[in-house]
Design a protein around this ligand. Structure first.
Ligand SMILES: Cc1cc2nc3c(=O)[nH]c(=O)nc-3n(C[C@H](O)[C@H](O)[C@H](O)COP(=O)(O)O)c2cc1C
Length: 379
């Protein structure tokens, strides 16, 4: 198996097999089936919402590369009159900088420094992209879902339901099909904002937002993923947030950290260390919770398994798709392809190598001759 993996890693530097999951299943008897927001996926690797899912061309490239799913850039909700309560999040900024970042634990990782926020073009433009996403998902094999940020009130305010209704209805209409899959983003810039200064306010949002979106989707049911922020209130509060968000179908855990000093969001190992500590606490609490999708510094197959061991049935990456080309072992193809090559086939740090190690150490067993990725999340 090891020799075969080393052979595949070399062989696929230039091009990946057309059907990644089928190749892995045939060659290694490993079933990479994963899940996100009720969708069954051929493998667990997807793209988190952001600057890498802004247009059809990016989606086509990702589908050709073999990515399992993509979350579109977050749109800022509006009501029928075009008013956006979260208007401050619809700012335009193009410059992104990829930088090395050393964590408190002394590990070197990568972070993208960027001052932008949500979708900065018109809502109609976004709906056009959602139409493409719905069609693409239904014609398979890549799942593509929209993401939105809606009005979030202070304690003494009501939610602007008109905004929830109008935006959700229009997203559902554009998506087509018979249900609307949707991520609701609670971003690091929100975590850093005065609006998120009070714990009770955040818990109220998490309790009420899934119901507001469901009521807004009049023409079809909604499946809702809440992408939780890393709030500024410490790790025990992060567990309170997970408890409050029980009305969602899926939780995406957890968006980037907020640096008060630099006024920017950041990632690297500080992010994955914290996320994994909190997910450990979630697991230990044994609470009834929605299904989980992990995000934050997923930069190797081994890191996918760290999230999976704590219950994440898929992962969403952003930074690892933005590294300088010299950082990938692959020598051709899109960044998505090069990233998949490393994440799956790296003989030491890849997902296949990690699953084979779990088998060797007796922590994962074959069933009907196959190792199954989802068995890692069930333990
Ligand atoms: C430049 C940039 C823009 C992002 N924009 C969004 C966004 O609009 N909505 C959202 O939910 N997450 C957004 N994210 C968060 C990513 O989807 C991802 O969850 C996060 O960066 C952690 O993963 P990573 O460490 O692999 O980057 C953004 C991240 C980056 C780096």
């Amino acid at each position: 198996m090891r020799a075969r993996l080393e052979g595949d890693f070399e062989r696929f530097r230039g091009e990946l097999p057309a059907d990644l999951a089928a190749h892995v299943r045939e060659t290694y008897r490993i079933d990479l089936t994963a899940r996100y927001l009720g969708f069954t996926l051929p493998h667990p690797i997807g793209k988190g919402s952001g600057q890498l899912s802004l247009n059809q061309e990016q989606l086509e490239t990702d589908r050709a590369a073999g990515l399992a799913f993509v979350v579109l850039k977050t749109v800022i909700a509006e009501d029928a009159a075009g008013t956006r309560a979260m208007d401050a999040w619809a700012i335009h900024e193009t410059r992104m900088r990829i930088e090395k970042v050393r964590s408190a634990s002394g590990l070197d990782g990568w972070t993208v420094t960027w001052k932008g926020r949500g979708w900065d073009r018109s809502f109609d433009d976004y709906l056009e992209l959602v139409r493409t996403a719905g069609d693409m998902t239904r014609s398979g094999p890549m799942v593509t879902v929209p993401s939105a940020k809606y009005h979030l009130p202070r304690m003494d305010e009501e939610f602007r339901e008109g905004e929830y209704r109008h935006t959700t209805e229009r997203l559902a209409g554009a998506w087509g099909g018979d249900f609307l899959p949707l991520e609701k983003d609670f971003s690091p810039t929100l975590a850093g904002d005065a609006l998120a200064g009070e714990r009770d306010r955040i818990l109220r949002w998490l309790r009420e937002v899934p119901g507001l979106i469901r009521r807004g989707a009049v023409c079809m049911p909604a499946r809702i993923a809440l992408k939780l922020m890393n709030a500024r209130h410490g790790e025990p509060f992060q567990l309170d947030m997970v408890k409050a968000a029980g009305g969602a179908d899926t939780l995406v855990c957890f968006n980037r950290l907020w640096s008060d000093a630099r006024r920017v969001a950041y990632g690297g190992y500080d992010l994955s260390d914290r996320n994994l500590r909190v997910l450990e606490a979630v697991k230990a609490s044994r609470l009834e919770r929605p299904s989980l999708s992990g995000t934050g510094n997923v930069s190797s197959g081994r890191m996918i398994l760290e999230y999976a061991k704590l219950g994440c049935e898929s992962v969403q990456l952003h930074t690892f798709f933005q590294l300088p080309l010299s950082e990938y072992a692959a020598t051709a193809g899109s960044r998505t392809q090069r990233a998949l090559h490393a994440l799956l086939f790296h003989p030491e740090s890849g997902l296949i190598a990690g699953l084979l190690d779990l088998e060797r150490s007796g922590r994962l067993h074959r069933r009907d001759g196959e190792l199954r990725f989802l068995d890692v999340t069930d333990r």
